[in-house]
Write a protein that binds this ligand. Structure first.
Ligand code: CTP
Length: 403
């Protein structure tokens, strides 16, 4: 989403200007071309040379600079941007923009651009709460400017409260969202991810190798494309994707409760979790001790099949399952699609190199209800997720028949 895009990064004069350096680095790493405009105040905190070196482009600082105007021109900067990001955006810049004042290069460019504008305010908490600032921010929201709220924390001015610039990675993710197609907007996605753990005693459990990467990638892609996303997750080490509501569960029965309770509100459900089919018939209250007599037999009982249950009670929801197989991939996947009442199943052979648990890539086949099968090449899990959402959008729009 950021590759080959042109981002105009405005930096205004607050202490958080130093974080804009990291932000620039992340944009460049993601393949974007970044042009930087700094206000006079910003140049007091960080030198233009820093931004110039890291962006590989001249930094623009003055409205009436004959040389800069010859090279690019402020209107050209406004025109060529796919996205304009101001981070940090001071109360002063926000106030000027809300008041229609264009008295330097940054505010002039902001007024002139037709690209989406993301403002990332950072300031002292009292300034942030000032009713004049609040009014200005609201009027910019009303005009269609995108504003990423500051976070709470210890501020450079010594105060504690809301006013800190969000982590640069969060600003980059929000930028991706603004550049992504919003073709999944209006959908409420319920997605499950990760393994479940079935406790044997206070120190042991039965589980599987699922890392959760596939389900998390789906949650992220769906949210970037505009959906409301609830991610019901078994234990994983993964960070929650931006803007996604995560519900943590441990066992299959926890997952069943979490999923059934949220099913009615969902329009699409994707079950990427590797749910344990069995749990120990009894969970010991104390750590099980060796009995010194060789082996031990564990009695297991079956867990509920959550997806099958959803297939039985579904009304208008689109249901997507996964099939992790080690043999007869298509036969088993087709059977699961039918038996669980799914609209689509994503089948993968977890024994293949580059596919399955804990890998960063996957090799999947998509099986539809009307008998069609599509084979995707080995792709990053993020790309598999993106392509899966493409297919679901098409199913929802009736471009691909669902029956
Ligand atoms: N699933 C589920 N509840 C279970 C088991 C599986 O909701 N108790 C879901 C998974 O999230 C996945 C699909 O069903 O979307 C298929 O899971 P998989 O483990 O491949 O197959 P199973 O249904 O468990 O069948 P089998 O053990 O025979 O392979």
């Amino acid at each position: 989403m950021l590759k080959d895009k042109t981002i105009l990064l405005g930096v205004s004069g607050g202490i958080a200007a130093y974080k804009a350096v990291e932000l620039l680095r992340l944009y460049v790493k993601a393949g974007a071309a970044v042009h930087v405009i700094m206000t006079k105040g910003a140049c007091e905190f960080v030198t233009p040379l820093t931004f110039q070196t890291l962006s590989g482009h001249p930094v623009h600082t003055e409205l009436f600079n004959l040389m800069q105007e010859m090279e690019i021109g402020h209107i050209a900067l406004a025109d060529r941007a796919d996205l304009v990001v101001v981070a940090p955006a001071t109360a002063n810049v926000i106030g000027k923009l809300a008041g229609g004042i264009a008295d330097d290069l940054l505010t002039t460019t902001l007024m002139a651009t037709k690209a989406p504008v993301l403002l990332v305010p950072a300031m002292n908490v009292n300034m942030y709460e000032n009713p004049i600032y609040r009014r200005n921010e609201q009027s910019l929201r009303d005009c269609g400017y995108h504003i990423l709220d500051p976070i709470c924390g210890f501020l450079a001015c010594g105060w504690e409260g809301k006013g800190k610039l969000p982590d640069p990675a969060v600003i980059v993710e929000e930028s991706r969202r603004l550049l992504a197609p919003q073709d999944f907007a209006g959908e409420s996605l319920l997605v499950t991810a990760g393994p479940t753990r079935e406790e044997l005693d206070p120190v042991r459990f039965l589980s599987n190798h699922s890392s959760g990467k596939m389900g998390y990638a789906i949650a992220r892609a769906a949210r970037l494309r505009g959906a409301q996303v609830v991610l019901v997750s078994g234990p994983t080490a993964l960070p929650v994707p931006c803007g996604v509501e995560r519900v943590d569960v441990v066992s299959a029965r926890d997952m069943e409760t979490a999923v059934l309770g949220r099913f009615a509100a969902a329009t699409v459900v994707i079950k990427a979790a590797a749910v344990a089919d069995y749990r120990p018939a009894e969970r010991a209250g104390e750590k099980i001790k060796k009995n010194g007599q060789g082996g031990m037999v564990l009695e297991l009982e079956q867990n509920p099949d959550i997806l099958r249950r959803l297939g039985e009670v579904k009304e208008r929801q689109l249901l997507v399952g996964f099939a992790a197989e080690t043999a007869d991939l298509l036969g088993n996947a087709r059977r699961k699609l039918e038996e669980k009442g799914l609209d689509l199943i994503v089948a993968n052979d977890v024994t293949m190199p580059g596919a399955g648990f804990d890998s960063d890539t996957n090799i999947v086949r998509l099986l539809y209800r009307d008998g069609r099968m599509e084979e995707l090449p080995q792709l990053d899990k993020d790309e598999v997720a993106w392509q899966l959402i493409d297919r679901i959008v098409a199913l929802r729009r009736g471009v691909i028949p669902s029956r």
